[in-house]
Design a protein around this ligand. Structure first.
Ligand code: G6P
Length: 373
């Protein structure tokens, strides 16, 4: 087993370090070199059918559902198709509105999660087309779906999902860009640009990984913490929730992810002196002044005594006055930023759990693949 961990203390630590390759392998062979166009014939769903899609519903559980939440922002922006994201077990039991023009996207690392399988069956019974985004060749979900786009993260052993998450976001983005390309909409220049940026991501994830000693130190120092809050906005919101999930799963610490804009509507009441708050900060180069709004949120929680751990882009100096700690990630576009911003949060949870002497790969009460409803 020690050899399989490749010199890392746990499978999870190894899988976190495998992430540049997981993304690169998921991109591999899917962009035609001569034309620069995406080529996803392997999905085995006709372009004519894909053109008729007027709504998408992502169904998934756990970390895979957060990948779907990230993808919603990107796919709606690029394709102008409404995307709903729903936990598979909720979708199944609520009489969802679907038709032959609905594309249901089932995301699953294992392809064996029973809640997701039941949702896939339900969607197909209602006449929807189902596309699986899956990491396990020939597993139940791709077999029962109309089409499949595989993530190539390689086998994931640790119960808590890491590299599969980044590969799922990557695959969802390929799907979104492919639909945008197919629909030939006004974003076609943007598609090429995003594809180019996507190919930079593996190297940028490696840069994040190379600079994480600071995060490890903070995690060890915080081993006795009882509660951690995570704030994010736009694509940073699902990143915040994923950061909280990792900490619950691995370190058994109470953690919650909030939409930063919601802070003033309730969660700010939780802030007391010493409360650690991670904040995922959007790029200052993005539109919509989201950056300054999130910087104000950091200021608001800090003024109430929170200890602020801020994940911000390189060169973003505006966060510095209100941050107890700044964790830097390289520059990329807003929509791609989750692929970088989540990495320090994974490492934080992994390291904190290890510092508490817990079994990082096999957390209590959890299974890698939940094969019962
Ligand atoms: C379990 C695992 C999670 C995973 C979820 C969905 O709860 O502990 O890490 O995110 O199942 O699994 P799937 O294989 O469908 O992606």
């Amino acid at each position: 087993a020690a050899a399989e961990k490749g010199g890392f203390p746990s499978f999870m630590a190894k899988e976190i370090h495998d992430q540049p390759k997981a993304i690169a392998d998921t991109l591999l062979g899917r962009v035609e070199e001569s034309t620069g166009r995406l080529q996803l014939d392997e999905m085995k769903i006709s372009e004519a059918e894909l053109r008729t899609i007027d709504k998408m519903i992502v169904i998934a559980c756990g970390t895979a559902a957060y990948a779907g939440q990230v993808a919603k922002y990107a796919i709606e922006h690029w394709c102008r198709v409404p995307v709903e994201v729903e936990l598979a077990h909720e979708f199944r039991y609520r009489d969802p509105v679907v038709s032959e023009r609905t594309l249901v996207v089932a995301i699953s690392q294992s392809g064996e999660t029973m809640d997701t399988i039941m949702a896939v069956r339900h969607a197909r019974e209602q006449g929807a087309k189902v596309l699986a985004i899956c990491n396990t060749n020939g597993s139940t979900i791709p077999r029962e779906s109309d089409a499949v786009l595989y993530t190539h993260a390689g086998p994931e052993i640790a119960v808590a999902s890491t590299k599969a998450f980044l590969a799922q976001i990557t695959a969802c983005y390929l799907l979104g860009l492919f639909l945008a390309q197919l629909r030939g909409n006004k974003f076609s220049d943007e598609v090429a640009e995003v594809l180019a940026q996507l190919h930079e991501i593996p190297g940028q994830v490696q840069q994040v990984l190379d600079g994480l000693e600071q995060v490890r130190e903070i995690a060890r120092y915080m081993a006795d913490t009882r509660s951690v809050l995570f704030l994010g906005r736009h694509v940073g919101y699902p990143v915040a929730m994923e950061g909280a999930l990792k900490l619950k799963e691995l370190a058994y610490i109470h953690a919650e992810g909030f939409a930063a804009g919601e802070l003033k509507h309730g969660p700010i009441a939780l802030i007391e002196p010493g409360q650690p708050v991670f904040v995922v900060v959007p790029s200052p180069r993005g539109r919509d002044s989201l950056h300054s709004k999130v910087v104000s949120n950091i200021q608001e929680v800090r003024a109430r005594g929170a200890r602020t751990l801020v994940i911000a882009e390189e060169g973003d100096t505006a966060v510095e006055p209100y941050a107890d700690v700044v964790i830097r990630v390289p520059r990329t576009s807003t929509l791609l930023s989750p692929l970088l911003a989540v990495v320090p949060l994974q490492v934080f949870a992994c390291e904190l759990a290890a510092a508490k002497g817990l079994d990082v790969d096999q957390p209590r009460n959890l299974a890698k693949s939940v094969t019962v409803e």
